[in-house]
Design a binder for this molecule. Structure first.
Ligand SMILES: C[S@@+](CC[C@H](N)C(=O)[O-])C[C@H]1O[C@@H](n2cnc3c(N)ncnc32)[C@H](O)[C@@H]1O
Length: 189
């Protein structure tokens, strides 16, 4: 079964219905002093859109990309209930990682790990932009994705290609970072 069919089935079976509150690391990152308060935001692997709806509510011009049309239909419902607009796009990230391109001021990626995608995240950001990324690590106790969909402890501490880590946190089986595109250094005249 491909990702789209697998996730459509999960969302039809009610996956995520009870998860409507944004991740606390994302909320704290949005409140941090360095974070802009508006601009173009992308919720990647957005699912039912708990982060996309929050971003739109805060005034960001928001897009949400995901492989599951059913998940994105749930997102559309949530956005319309919240009275906000989110532009959705069905996309299989595994088949277009290297052609990803965007000029977003903020990219949010939560609970989705595809290691081959990570080197391409910088191409989605317009400097000075921000990536907020958080997901599970293998030392998480209790319910979590399979090992291959979890970071190894310390793995994210190395940072991501083309991005400078502004903040890194790892605790209780979760690892997250805020990162920005590498800034060009202009020599003084
Ligand atoms: C665990 S959910 C996380 C959803 C959301 N980020 C959140 O935190 O609520 C993982 C999401 O990744 C999406 N996904 C899985 N494989 C994908 C792929 N190949 N391309 C794009 N999205 C994918 C699923 O449809 C699902 O919505």
């Amino acid at each position: 079964m491909n990702d789209a069919d697998r996730w459509d089935e999960k969302y039809r079976d009610g996956y995520g219905r009870s998860i409507s509150v944004p991740d606390s690391f994302v909320l704290a990152a949005l409140e941090s002093t360095q974070m802009p308060r508006e601009g173009r935001a992308l919720d990647l692997a957005a699912g039912n859109g708990r982060h996309a709806v929050e971003l739109a509510r805060r005034g960001w011009t928001t897009e949400a990309w995901d492989v599951s049309p059913v998940g994105l239909a749930h997102l559309d419902e949530a956005a319309s209930e919240a009275g906000v607009e989110v532009k959705t796009r069905v996309i299989d990230l595994t088949s277009c990682r290297s052609s990803l391109h965007g000029a977003f001021d903020l990219v949010v990626l939560v609970n989705y790990l595809d290691r081959e995608l990570l080197p391409h995240l910088a191409s989605l950001l317009a400097p000075p932009g921000f990536l907020i990324f958080i997901t599970y690590t293998t030392d998480r106790s209790g319910s979590r994705p399979s090992d291959r969909h979890c970071l190894k402890p310390g793995e994210l501490a190395k940072g991501l290609p083309g991005l400078v880590t502004e903040l890194y946190e790892e605790s209780e089986g979760r690892a997250g970072l805020i990162a920005s595109p590498t800034r060009a250094i202009t020599a003084p005249r």
